[in-house]
Design a protein around this ligand. Structure first.
Ligand SMILES: C[S@@+](CC[C@H](N)C(=O)[O-])C[C@H]1O[C@@H](n2cnc3c(N)ncnc32)[C@H](O)[C@@H]1O
Length: 196
């Protein structure tokens, strides 16, 4: 199954890609060729949308190591009732993401510049990360920034199965594919005890 971006997001996502192209010429944000950006940065993020469905309005989402806002931008546009933090240590990527939130009028997208290990706890209800690190690293950061008992959703390639799942967590893989960029998986991570 390929993830599908809701069609009503197309105008905003088109403007996102134009802005990324413009910034990339002077700030070298990404080496991804322009033709691959929609699929890799935006369509891929849509694989997470079904997992956001149970979250009540007002919940706080954290995208750790968001880079240019993947997956945070798609999550914030699809669920304007949620507060979506995109966290990254790169000041130029966070400057770009602030401009995205401003120019595309996405008030619930909150770019946050800093290192995960230094920032105050976000107390988020739901977490995600793409292309950031091992499950061990991700859940280490999540112990700081997630509320006790909150789930984490890692966007990974098929080789995730070679990783060790940290004790106290159950990992459930949800495989999907992208049109040209191959097999991917959402690894849904839930703590074994709700207060963990
Ligand atoms: C490979 S990029 C992935 C970006 C985005 N998630 C994507 O898939 O396009 C990893 C990002 O994590 C950020 N990062 C790495 N370690 C970090 C840390 N300790 N705290 C905050 N950001 C970090 C980097 O600055 C970089 O933008």
């Amino acid at each position: 199954m390929e993830p599908r971006l809701p069609s009503e997001l197309n105008p905003a996502l088109g403007r996102y890609l134009v802005l990324l192209d413009k910034w990339n010429r002077t700030h070298a944000l990404t080496a991804l060729p322009p033709g691959a950006r929609r699929e890799e940065l935006l369509q891929d993020a849509a694989a997470l949308l079904p997992f956001l469905a149970p979250l009540p309005p007002g919940s706080r989402v954290a995208d750790l190591g968001t880079g240019m806002g993947s997956p945070a931008v798609v999550l914030a546009l699809a669920r304007p009732d949620l507060e979506v933090f995109g966290v990254d240590a790169s000041s130029k990527k966070m400057a770009f993401l602030r401009q995205v939130a401003l120019e595309l009028s996405i008030p619930n997208l909150k770019p946050l510049h800093g290192r995960m290990e230094d920032l105050p706890a976000l107390e988020a209800d739901w977490g995600t990360a793409k292309a950031l690190g091992s499950l061990d690293m991700l859940l280490g950061w999540w112990a700081r920034h997630g509320r006790p008992g909150s789930p984490f959703f890692a966007l990974k390639g098929p080789d995730w199965a070679e990783e060790r799942v940290p004790s106290g967590w159950t990992a459930t893989p949800h495989p999907y594919s992208l049109p040209t960029r191959g097999q991917r998986v959402v690894v849904a991570l839930k703590p074994d005890s709700p207060g963990a």
